[in-house]
Structure formats: structure tokens, C-alpha cells
Design a binder for this molecule. Structure first.
Ligand code: HEC
Length: 122
């Protein structure tokens, strides 16, 4: 029950972020509210599976060129792509990065951690 109301909330609120942030992608850590230590835990538990091994086209954290390309979409868009799932030209990022037990805030933290580690968010 909790999860379905969370996704409903996500569905209603995310479009507002799109409108608000489209023109000015937030790539400064100081512009967002993220817990990088939690992001690292989530990354190491759930995202590393594909991202460290570059499985199915997932970018490793040391592939800064790929991350720079993604970062042009802005942080909010990357968060929503992770939550909703995204098929790009390199492969498929599954819904919630294959972490169904993650909250939206866990995903936000993990995406921020990845961008900071890749050197595209300071
Ligand atoms: C099953 C493999 C898989 C897992 C697990 C996974 N990813 Fe990915 N991810 C991908 C692939 C493949 C891409 C590249 C998609 C493309 O650009 O074609 C990607 C791309 C991304 C992007 C960039 C999206 C964009 O719009 O450019 C972000 C952000 C991301 N992943 C975050 C995460 C997070 C956070 C987690 C863990 C909660 C995670 N991923 C777990 C496969 C995975």
C-alpha cells in the first residue's frame, strides 16, 4: 500500500520538477539535497551490478565522457529516468535501477553519488 501511494506521488510530483529544472540542470551538489553516504550504500548494493561491470551498456563511474553526456539532461531528469526506467542508445536501465525496495530518496542519493564519483557534479 505504501509503495503504491509513493509511486502515485512520484507520478504527480515529477512533472513539476521537469518544468522547474529543464532550463537549468542542477549539477552543483549545493543545489540539491542528497545524502552521498546513503547513495554510496545504495550504489554498492544495487547499481554496481550493472554499472561496475558495464553490463548491457551501463556506464562505469570512470567513463566520464558517458556521464557528461547523461549529465546534460540534468539531475532531475536522470532521477526520473532511473525511477521510471529508461531505454537509451546503449541499453536499458530497469525501473528503480532494479532496486524495488529503494525509496525515491534512495534513488536521488545514488544518482548524486554516481554523478559526483564520475566527476560531473561538484
Ligand atoms: C540491469 C542493469 C542496471 C542496473 C541494476 C542499474 N542500471 Fe543504471 N543504467 C543501465 C544501463 C544499461 C544504462 C545506460 C542506458 C543508455 O544510456 O542507453 C544506465 C544508465 C543509468 C543512468 C543514466 C540515465 C540517462 O538518462 O542517461 C543513471 C542515472 C543510472 N543508470 C542510475 C542507476 C542507479 C541509481 C541504479 C541503482 C539504483 C542503477 N542505475 C542500476 C543499467 C542498469
Amino acid at each position: 500500500m505504501c509503495r503504491s501511494s509513493l509511486s502515485l506521488l512520484t507520478f504527480l510530483i515529477l512533472p513539476l520538477f521537469f518544468v522547474g529544472c529543464q532550463s537549468q540542470p542542477a549539477l552543483r551538489l549545493s543545489d540539491i539535497d542528497a545524502d552521498l553516504s546513503n547513495g554510496q550504500l545504495i550504489y554498492e548494493d544495487d547499481c554496481i551490478l550493472c554499472h561496475e561491470g558495464a553490463i548491457e551498456g551501463a556506464h562505469r563511474l570512470d567513463q566520464s565522457d558517458r556521464w557528461r553526456e547523461s549529465a546534460k539532461k540534468g539531475y532531475e531528469r536522470l532521477v526520473s529516468n532511473t525511477i521510471q526506467g529508461y531505454r537509451g542508445k546503449y541499453g536499458e536501465l530497469p525501473v528503480m535501477g532494479m532496486c524495488p525496495q529503494c525509496s525515491e530518496s534512495d534513488i536521488r542519493d545514488a544518482v548524486a553519488y554516481m554523478l559526483v564519483s564520475a566527476g560531473v557534479m561538484k
